[in-house]
Design a protein around this ligand. Sequence first.
Ligand code: HEM
Length: 118
Amino acid sequence: MNVVVMILLILHFVGLASLLGGFLVQTKAIGRGKGTVVTAMVHGALTQLVTGVAMVGLIEMMGERDLDMAKIAVKLIVAVVITVLVFVFRKKDPAPSWALWLIGGLTLANIVIAVVWR
Ligand code: HEM
C-alpha cells in the first residue's frame, strides 16, 4: 500500500474514533434526553469524508487495484447523512435523541459495511 494511502487510512481510523467516541461518551446523557453533538463528532464526520474521498482518488489514480464502487457509494451516502445531521444539530442543546442515536447507528453501519462487504 502506498505510504500516503496508509497515512490517510490511519487518519480515517482517527476520524472514526472521534465520531464514534463523541457519541459513545454521551449515551447516558442521550438516554436522559440531554445529549448534544460534541465538536469531536463534527470533526470526526468531516475527517471521514475528506480522508475517504482522498483515498478513493489516490487508489484509483495509482490503478494498482479496483475498489468496489457500489460499496464506496453506499459509504459516501451514509457519511453525507451523518455530516448533515451533525451540522444541523450541532448548535442545539439538547439535540434530539433520535438524531444522536441515528448518528451513532449510521457510524456503526459504515463500520459494518467497511468490514463485511468485501
Ligand atoms: C462514518 C463514515 C465512515 C466510517 C465509519 C468508515 C469506516 C472504515 C473502516 C473501518 C475502514 C477500514 C476497513 C477497510 O479497510 O475496509 C475503512 C476503509 C476505507 N474507507 Fe471508510 N469509513 C467511512 C467513510 C468513508 C467514505 C465517505 C469513503 C469514501 C467516499 C470511505 C472510503 C474508504 C476507503 C477507500 C477505505 C480503504 C479501503 C481499502 O484500502 O481497501 N470511507 N473505512
